[in-house]
Design a protein around this ligand. Structure first.
Ligand code: GDP
Ligand code: MN
Length: 389
């Protein structure tokens, strides 16, 4: 689960990690009030920042530094409601519906800090680099040696000597070392206690007067741990997510929209991945990933159909089921009922195996509806690709 920068900064604040003061705004009036308050409090610079669930906002025109209230309001007007395109949003971009109006900082150096779950070592890796700012992806790609790493033993957690070692590699001044260690220890504590999978501070700045601050913050949480964080769950912003994925999550369907034209309905994540592969192998492109789960009932199959059909790109539906807990005859009955109820006009191709498969095939054949059935996965994939063409 992703959250906005202003929400991530709220979390850091609770862990005593220094962040600039600021207010979230959803309207130009709120943005004006927030900017006025910051200038009245003595700030000479205010920053207006687009809040979307994607990075690269600076380069896309979503971050503007303002030296007067007029400038700040002009920036808010330009950014709020804009379709912000960055290297992470895809070509259509993301509509900006929230702003962060923040105290400006006098930046001396832009550094980088990042924590991520490293699956290969089964540890959290703490990364630091002197080359923070808007080119960090390029640095990681071209000069990975400039990113320093400390692997954290999960039993004892991040040790102060590890943080100190990173702080020295960042080339900080003697006076900045201890604050940097507290900063990193705070980040690690926040990462662990919120069940994060990713936490990035880019840039992690030093200011002209020698202070350290998180100027940007990105946090991703582990969805599987959200059941024990009711407060964090509330930070979810549905407006940032694909509407079909939001709809699917209401029915506990694992659905991810893709850009092909063959809709897939599969039970089990492994089989769903294999189905996407075999569609690709047969020369087609999957419109989605969908795992209806092992124990899907008729209602869930209807919901799944409804979601698949609301994607206008879909030209054929490929149902690939291995009936284990979900019996094939039960599935077939549900598919027939759903296809009738929703008046599905698109070609439906099935590949069925498992418990009661013969009865299932009979139900489909006797339904009077036009289903195509492949005997193997490859044959069914070929039929689906042909039907979608
Ligand atoms: P991102 O592009 O989505 O990662 O957005 P960031 O929050 O990292 O902002 C992008 C860039 O804007 C930073 O790398 C800074 O160079 C600049 N920036 C952000 N806040 C300030 C500020 O308070 N003062 C100044 N001078 N620059 C800022
Ligand atoms: Mn950034």
């Amino acid at each position: 689960m992703k959250i906005h920068e202003y929400q991530a900064k709220e979390i850091l604040r609770k862990y005593n990690v220094p962040v600039p003061g600021g207010e979230m705004a959803t309207t130009l009036e709120e943005a004006d009030t927030a900017a006025k308050a910051l200038f009245a409090a003595g700030n000479t610079v205010v920053v207006v920042k687009a809040q979307i669930h994607a990075g690269g906002r600076g380069k896309g025109g979503g971050v503007k530094v303002a030296k007067s209230l007029d400038d700040a309001n002009t920036a808010s007007k330009a950014i709020l409601g804009m379709q912000l395109i960055t290297h992470q949003t895809g070509p259509t971009g993301q509509k900006v519906q929230r702003l962060l109006i923040e105290e400006g900082s006098l930046i001396d150096r832009e550094l980088y800090l990042g924590l991520v779950l490293d699956r290969a070592s089964a540890k959290v890796v703490f990364m630091a680099s002197q080359s923070g700012g808007m080119e960090i992806e390029e640095v990681a790609h071209a000069t990975p040696d400039l990113i320093y790493k400390e692997y954290v033993d999960p039993v004892v957690g991040l040790q102060p000597w590890q943080a100190r070692s990173l702080a020295f590699k960042l080339g900080l001044t003697t006076a900045q070392i201890n604050p940097a260690v507290s900063f990193m220890m705070g980040l690690y504590k926040a990462f662990i206690e919120t069940d994060s999978t990713l936490m990035e501070i880019n840039p992690f700045i030093t200011t002209k007067d020698g202070k350290l601050m998180a100027l940007d913050c990105k946090i991703n949480f582990d969805d599987n741990a959200m059941f024990r964080h009711k407060d964090l769950k509330e930070l979810r912003d549905l407006a940032e997510e694909d509407p079909l994925e939001v709809e699917a999550s209401k029915f506990a369907l694992n659905y991810i929209k893709l850009d092909g034209n063959i809709a897939c309905m599969v039970n089990g994540a492994g089989l769903a991945m294999a189905t996407m592969d075999i569609i690709e192998y047969a020369g087609g492109k999957a419109a989605n990933f969908l795992d209806v789960g092992g124990g899907a009932n008729q209602e869930q199959i209807e919901n799944a159909f409804g979601i698949l059909l609301s994607d206008p790109n879909v030209k054929a539906i490929f149902i690939n089921i291995f009936g284990g807990i979900l019996r094939v005859d039960v599935l077939a009955t549900a598919v027939v009922a759903a296809a009738r109820k929703l008046n599905v006009q698109l070609p439906i191709i099935l590949r069925l195996e498992g418990t009661n498969v013969e009865e299932g095939r009979k139900i489909l054949a006797e339904s009077g509806l036009k289903f195509e059935v492949g005997t193997t996965m490859k044959e069914a994939a070929d039929l689906a690709v042909k039907a979608a063409a």
